[in-house]
Design a protein around this ligand. Structure first.
Ligand code: ATP
Ligand code: MG
Length: 269
């Protein structure tokens, strides 16, 4: 046993002639927030696609609790507690914030089928009430209670990002993949985001894999950091070890911004 809840082993992905990932291995334990950083095009999102099941790798395996899930569907993975957020914001813009969280719990079904719907069976009603309660609690924990009735499509980007996280938490995750959750957030919003992720790992034992260009944010939140470059793991270790790694500095950490997004790092002298 490796102790990893989530593991990628020797994952390889090709897009025609582009080798997006080759021989990538990493693991995340329960209660751990693991950072995944690297320059643009390093393969971070592609790895998330493989882990969440929307892309089949050309090589390698994905394991959940030590069992091979490489061929399992995204829905199967969600049923077993895996959630992700996307690099490009994907809220239901026409719905309210609260409804975004209710929809996220709807996939389990109400139970009892059509008859229960038509009769508004008590069990169905109590389940609906429990979901609404859960949505309210998650919104409160994410500092979004006052926005519950706002239209999700009208929110400023930082708040919308937080709603995406809240939606991923509406049904409690065991494994959470976050692709650039802090992008577009203000400094205050990042502090709040960091606290929510920390609590999720500490109090609920969730295994979190976090992709983020803001390296300062990652270094503060993550005990362990994996660095991808050109589709391969360049370095792995504690935040301090990674920060001190010469190859990582050359590839990445010397840059103050990536595609206009701040890494939170000082520019090289
Ligand atoms: N659908 C696709 N078709 C072809 N090439 C792709 C596709 N998706 C990604 N790539 C290529 O695979 C490589 C890895 O891309 P990926 O999006 O995983 O990087 P990333 O680390 O998430 O980058 P960023 O920090 O910019 O989000 C890049 O060279 C990219 O151009
Ligand atoms: Mg990406």
């Amino acid at each position: 046993m490796t102790g990893f809840v989530l593991e990628a082993r020797d994952v390889g992905v090709r897009f025609g002639g582009v080798r997006a990932l080759s021989g990538v291995s990493l693991g995340v334990r329960a209660g751990e927030v693991c950072g995944l950083i690297g320059p643009n095009g390093a393969g971070k999102t592609t790895l998330f696609d493989v882990v969440s099941g929307i892309r089949r790798p050309d090589a390698g395996r994905v394991l959940l609790d030590g069992a091979d899930i490489t061929r399992r569907s995204p829905v199967w993975r969600a049923r077993h507690g895996m959630r992700r957020t996307f690099q490009r914001q994907q809220l239901f813009g026409q719905l309210t914030v609260a409804d975004n969280l209710l929809v996220a719990q709807e996939w389990r079904g109400g139970g009892g089928g059509l008859a229960a719907d038509m009769l508004a069976a008590p069990s169905r009603r109590s389940r609906a009430a429990a979901r609404a309660e859960r949505a309210t609690a998650v919104l409160r924990a994410c500092g979004l209670a006052s926005l519950a009735d706002s239209s999700a499509g009208a929110l400023p980007v930082g708040r919308a990002r937080m709603v995406e996280l809240a939606r991923a938490l509406a049904d409690p995750p065991r494994v959470l993949l976050l692709d650039e959750p802090a992008s577009g957030m203000t400094a205050d919003e990042r502090v709040q985001l960091s606290a929510v992720i920390r609590r999720l790992a500490d109090e609920q034992g969730c295994a979190v894999l976090l992709v983020e260009h803001n390296v300062a944010f990652v270094m503060e939140l993550c005990a362990r950091v994996v660095v991808l470059d050109l589709g391969a793991v360049l370095a792995e270790g504690t935040a301090a070890e990674v920060r001190a790694d010469a190859a990582v500095r050359d590839a990445y950490l010397g840059t103050a911004s990536v595609n206009g997004r701040s890494t939170g790092m000082p520019a090289p002298p």
